[in-house]
Ligand binder design. Sequence first.
Ligand code: FAD
Length: 343
Amino acid sequence: MRAGEASTDVIIVGAGPVGLFAVFQLGLAKLKAHLVDILDRPGGQCAELYPEKPIYDIPGLPICTGQELTDRLMEQIAPFEPVFHFGEMAASLDKTPDGKWRLTTDVGTVLTALVLVIAAGGGSFVPKRPPIPGIEAYEGTGVFYAVRRIDAFRGKRVVIAGGGDSALDWTVSLAPVVQNLTLVHRRPEFRAAPATVAKMRALEEQGFVKFELGQPAGLKGDDGKLDAVVIKRGDGTLLDVEADALLPFFGLTMKLGPIANFGLNLNENLIPVDTEKFETSTPAIFAIGDINTYPGKLKLILSGFHEAALMAQAAHRYVHPDKVLRFQYTTSSSELQRLLKVA
Ligand code: FAD
């Protein structure tokens, strides 16, 4: 969903492993959730930083990769039908006249709920900006750090910079639709998956991709409209490549971002919480996973899972102050099994 409005029981900022498991715990308490994540898919650090690395300390799973854990969590929460808002940054927070939280994203989606859960990990992933003088003037008009719609580049002259998976994946995906495509990388070797590199080389041979060894060093254009990317080649010479768009893929860094302005107490960019409910200094706003801090905190996935379970109990009291949440086991409760769609 994009640029819409929705009301739910709980809004979760962050679809990392802890945000995903929070959906499960909230679901058992019959609370519905919407999740917002700036990434274009679930899994947070597990999916973005180490999808193929093995994790050995998830209880009951002797070994699973970051991506496998994400896939299993998605399967586990599917019965609760969470609504995801991917590719959106939780940008601002205020209250509605009837006392609900109203979260607005950077693309204008407005979500309201009685409870807000911040599961934002180390903060939002933001693209690394290449050191090109004046690049800010072209961001969003001629310089793009993500491809939201392939069609936006149809028939355009495109320069892609970088040597990792994103740079090579988008080179292969965009080459058939653009007018021409130049890939720039400072080395002849690529860090991307070998199969994707082979596809790129095949497209190069067929004339769909031009490869330049070097780095983007300057931009030429007017009023944010890009005309050319200046490439500094390995031998120091400069080359102007005519272009409508530059797509730099130089990795991501994590920044706390707009959550810093949500009015919460912060301690060195972490959110202090109690250890009974994992609630912040603001009632009905909880913080779980890597983003929170309390005495003895361990930044482990399993800690976040525990925090999600206790948070859900307290969230239930805000949404249904008149109802008691009965403690039940999934093994033996037919009510929970119905919610899980296994009974
Ligand atoms: P994250 O995984 O960081 O997810 C937070 C999500 O919130 C992100 O997707 C981010 O984009 C999103 N977000 C933040 N701010 C906003 C915003 N304003 N708007 C929209 N979205 C936002 N832990 C273990 O337990 N065992 C291990 O073996 C292990 N190995 C690791 C190996 C590596 C290389 C790394 C880097 C970490 C490892 N960890 C391990 C740590 C583990 O990955 C973290 O503890 C875990 O990812 C925390 O989960 P989270 O859901 O709290 O946060």
